[in-house]
Design a protein around this ligand. Structure first.
Ligand SMILES: *[C@@H]1O[C@H](CO)[C@@H](O)[C@H](O)[C@H]1NC(C)=O
Ligand SMILES: *[C@@H]1O[C@H](CO)[C@@H](O)[C@H](O)[C@H]1NC(C)=O
Ligand SMILES: *[C@@H]1O[C@H](CO)[C@@H](O)[C@H](O)[C@H]1NC(C)=O
Ligand SMILES: *[C@@H]1O[C@H](CO)[C@@H](O)[C@H](O)[C@H]1NC(C)=O
Ligand SMILES: *[C@@H]1O[C@H](CO)[C@@H](O)[C@H](O)[C@H]1NC(C)=O
Length: 870
């Protein structure tokens, strides 16, 4: 196995480089699309049988990757697609985001981040296929599951069942989208890249909850899709009753045991989750590369033919597109390409190696039925062999604890626990899912001032020019309405804003004990969610919110009342609308009970009182986030931005950080709110911490079934500290940063951070203590031609500047925390320094020329190295 090939030729930052470079790349690639004679390109026929998709008469084994166009920016699309292609991906899969495309009934938007046609053409230009999951219900951790909020308010509408207005609008949008794709000749049947389309999404989970209406709806959706005549097959994922010829597909962490409902359909995995999403206040999930590779290898071992990573690049939930409640602005997903567009090592590289090996077996796999052989109680081989002599084998060890040596065709093979070895010639192991030959990159967020003077010594060393605008705590301007009791938050805002003011007032007698320092006035609130700030007489008293599991919350807080009239103003907030579930669109938000206790007469229940409502913030009504280039009277200049001020808008003119690295906004010193750059919506920020009492792992055991709670990190840390600001949003100078802070923070401490690869780790081990590197033999040794070699590479334009750790022996721990074991070659560091220092990349052979192979003869030998790049 050539360990270098798991690195990207793009292991430098050009693909995310400055706007200027990107513009060049983009216009040339788009120009190429225009110049190409689309009508003369041959059309593709896409059919299928029980084994695979068949494109133009050829069976296809396909690796697919989800990249959602609105979760990055057009300037990033060509680089993301190229990086996917380089990672061995054949197909890009995306959902279509209805609520982004039809913001109000009949009013369509397909521009900017929602320019679906441009996205498709970039994929076509890269020579890749597409799976278009139109839905248009998508879930996707996207606001309201992708359905427009206005549709919920079309009278008589119930989502995702046999409801006439729902079906009418769904069909209308589906038809609009299909026609747009047809007009641009994007279906394979027209010579375009789209080989499959999806209708609905994971409806099988909830169909029963809708009774007969649900059954009728599922059937209607399939027929409506088929009637679109796209010329390519339709799929429905997690849909046990998808009617012919619609293909039902699998979504899960593992789909090797999946069987399509009908024997004439191929086994397609639409969602293999290589990580998981995050919610504000929760820990950070990771899925180990070994387990992702295991699941993929098992799927192809067991007859799968199309496998899609959901997500391959997760990206960012910009603005208010995050679903909820509480889905973070980051949708990194621990995916093979990180939120910022950088390949994630080792995951991206390990899967690239896997794809190459699986593709090398394509012919043998697709043209034969396998022979299943038992190799032990939890070990099995599937052998794909034909008369012409083609043979490929998968040897799996499903034991989640123990390695095993198995015999296959009279040769012994060492199978690590929970791993699959792939033998493209039925003899030599080309890949084992548990052996990560690819380096791990160490990535850090390097802080840089909003006004970086270091990069330009001539620039004045002056602090930023801040301007502020204070929101009123409570009703501003004219109240929207007054009503006895509580209205539902979402029914009232219709999600035009996160914010809704609920205000009332109470009268307090001067004789109350709590006014004389005896006892306390307490406010008790119950809410359907999602978050709330309490203001009494315009002063912030308390904040509360639901957690990642439940949106509801209740709390009691002491409040400061005065004699006479007191104003109670509750700022209720949504933090992303529900994304899925039976009848999810009916789930409400906002307070349901408010009481004040501590009076001589007991507790005052305000639940049925007269409440006065105001929808949204004044700044939102003024469209203040777009006011950056106006000589606006709204803003008040200030030399120092005020700290710890609730309900404050801040504006500053900032510089574009130097260099090409991806940029984030570091909001660790802020409370909760939203941010914009040059009028572009960065999104909600909330550096909410997860409890330090929860369980986190320092080292993840890849062995055994994965679940999102298995390998979590970040206990006691903010779930999301950094917020991606795409490079293409910056101008060379005069960039306007606008922040709305709800609770209070220190804006003078806001920094940009640049995402940089600062180092690399690699480790290599041999299978047996008796392993004789000088005398390599036997097919269980992967590198049967080359000696085992550990390769390390720094990003282009950086070199290996120091060796942080090097040990040949039995070191343990993981990248960033390697430790010496009791067996250690004292010369390890000196050797690694000699070979690697001041080089961009280096290769370390496990040979006696380099290391003391005679050391600790009974120990399994391992080489672990960590270097810094600069
Ligand atoms: C485009 O197609 C037309 C008609 O089929 C043909 O005459 C023309 O040469 C083609 N142009 C290119 C650039 O291939
Ligand atoms: C969220 O709150 C609910 C009820 O208040 C509790 O049962 C659950 O454990 C909490 N979840 C987390 C992740 O804190
Ligand atoms: C929203 O309003 C509708 C129509 O008045 C009502 O049927 C529904 O129950 C309300 N939703 C909530 C969560 O209160
Ligand atoms: C690493 O090795 C040291 C010394 O042999 C041992 O004390 C320690 O427990 C090991 N740590 C792990 C995580 O295996
Ligand atoms: C990296 O090392 C090479 C020689 O190995 C040298 O030419 C180059 O200038 C170095 N680059 C940096 C950024 O130090």
């Amino acid at each position: 196995m050539n360990t270098m090939s798991c690195l990207s030729s793009n292991f430098k930052f050009v693909f995310l480089a400055s706007t200027v470079i990107w513009m060049t790349v983009m216009s040339s690639s788009l120009a190429a699309v225009d110049a190409s004679n689309v009508t003369t390109i041959g059309t593709d026929s896409v059919t299928y049988d029980r084994r695979s998709l068949i494109i133009n008469g050829q069976r296809k084994l396909l690796i697919s990757a989800s990249i959602h166009y609105p979760r990055s920016v057009p300037a990033m699309w060509p680089g993301l697609v190229r990086l996917a292609k380089e990672g061995g991906v054949d197909v890009i899969e995306t959902y279509v985001f209805w609520n982004g495309h039809e913001p109000s009934p009949g009013n369509y938007y397909f521009g900017g981040r929602f320019d679906l046609v441009k996205f498709c053409k970039i994929i076509q230009q890269a020579g890749m296929y597409m799976i278009l999951r139109i839905g248009p219900f998508v879930a996707a951790e996207w606001n309201f599951g992708g359905l427009p909020v206005w549709l919920h308010y079309v009278p008589g509408t119930t989502f995702r069942t046999d409801s006439e207005p729902f079906k009418y609008h769904m069909q209308k949008f589906m038809t609009y989208t299909v026609n747009l794709m047809k007009r641009e000749r994007l279906f394979a049947s027209q010579g375009g890249p789209i080989i499959l389309s999806q209708v609905e999404n994971e409806y099988g989970y909830y169909e029963n909850a809708y009774g007969e209406g649900g059954k009728r709806y599922a059937l209607w959706a399939a027929k409506m899709a088929l009637s679109q005549n796209t010329g390519v097959p339709w799929i429905m994922c997690q849909q046990y009753d998808a009617p012919d010829p619609v293909i039902d597909t699998c979504n899960s962490f593992y789909c090797d045991q999946f069987k399509p409902i009908s024997p004439n359909k191929p086994k397609i995995w639409t969602e293999n989750w290589p990580g998981w999403f995050k919610t504000f206040g929760a820990r950070d999930p990771h899925r180990p590369a070994e387990d992702v590779a295991y699941s993929v290898a098992r799927f192809f071992q067991k007859g799968g033919s199309v496998q899609n990573y959901y997500m391959y690049h997760g990206g960012t939930n910009f603005g208010r597109t995050a679903g909820g409640p509480f889905i973070t602005t980051s949708y990194d997903y621990d995916a093979p390409i990180d939120e910022y567009g950088l390949p994630r090592f080792p995951k991206w590289g390990h899967l690239k190696e896997l794809h190459k090996v699986i593709k090398s077996c394509e012919h043998a796999l697709l043209n034969n039925d396998p022979t299943l052989l038992s190799l032990g109680p939890l070990q099995e081989a599937d052998v794909y062999e034909d008369a012409s002599g083609a043979c490929a084998a998968f040897l799996a060890n499903m034991d989640d604890k123990n390695d095993k040596v198995v015999q296959f065709r009279h040769v012994s093979y060492h199978l690590p626990a929970w791993s699959v070895s792939i033998l493209p010639d039925c003899k030599n192991v080309a890949f084992n899912t548990a052996k990560v030959g690819c380096q791990t990159s160490i990535v850090n967020m390097a802080p840089i001032d909003l006004h970086p003077t270091a990069s330009s010594p001539k620039r004045d060393i002056k602090s930023l020019q801040w301007e502020v605008f204070k929101e009123t705590a409570g009703v501003w301007g004219v109240a929207d309405f007054t009503k006895n009791g509580f209205v539902d938050h979402i029914n009232t805002t219709k999600d035009a804003t996160d914010y809704l003011w609920y205000t009332t007032s109470i009268f307090v007698h001067a004789e109350e004990d709590f006014l004389r320092n005896r006892g306390t006035a307490m406010l008790f609130v119950e809410s359907k969610g999602h978050a709330m700030h309490v203001f009494i007489n315009k002063k912030l008293q308390a904040s509360a919110s639901g957690n990642g599991t439940v949106p509801q919350f209740k709390f009691g807080t002491p409040i400061a009342l005065k004699a006479g009239k007191n104003e109670i103003a509750l700022l209720s907030m949504t933090v992303g609308l529900q994304t899925a579930g039976a009848f999810y669109e009916w789930i409400g938000a906002g307070p349901t009970s408010v009481k004040v206790a501590g009076f001589k007469t007991g507790t005052m229940d305000l639940t049925a009182s007269a409440w006065t409502y105001k929808i949204g913030l004044q700044g939102e009504h003024l469209r203040i986030q777009k006011s950056y280039n106006l000589k606006s009277k709204i803003w008040a200049p200030t030399s120092q931005p005020p700290k710890q001020q609730p309900l404050t808008w801040y504006k500053a003119v900032v510089d574009a950080p130097p260099g090409n690295e991806p940029v984030a906004l570091d909001m660790i010193h802020m409370g909760k709110g939203m941010a914009w750059l040059n009028g572009q919506e960065i999104g909600r920020y909330w550096p909410r911490r997860t409890s330090k009492y929860e369980n986190c792992v320092t080292q993840c055991d890849y062995r055994g079934k994965f679940n999102p709670d298995k390998c979590v990190t970040g206990c006691g840390q903010p779930t999301q500290r950094w917020y991606h600001v795409p490079r293409s949003w910056f101008k060379p100078s005069g960039n306007v940063l606008i922040i709305f802070e709800e609770i209070g923070g220190d804006p003078s401490q806001i920094r940009f951070s640049m995402r940089k690869v600062s180092g690399a780790c690699g480790h290599l081990s041999v299978d047996h203590p008796s392993f004789d590197v000088e005398n390599l033999q036997g097919s269980e040794i992967e590198n049967d031609k080359n000696r085992p070699t550990l390769s390390l590479k720094c990003p282009t334009n950086t070199n290996i500047s120091s060796v942080k750790f090097a040990s040949f022996g039995n070191p343990n721990g993981t990248c960033g925390s390697y430790m010496l074991g009791d067996c250690h070659d004292q010369n390890s560091a000196a050797l690694v320094e000699k070979v690697c220092l001041n080089q961009n990349e280096c290769a370390l052979e496990m040979s006696s020329a380099n290391f003391n192979m005679q050391l600790c003869p009974s120990t399994v030998k391992k080489l672990a190295v960590e270097v810094n790049c600069s």
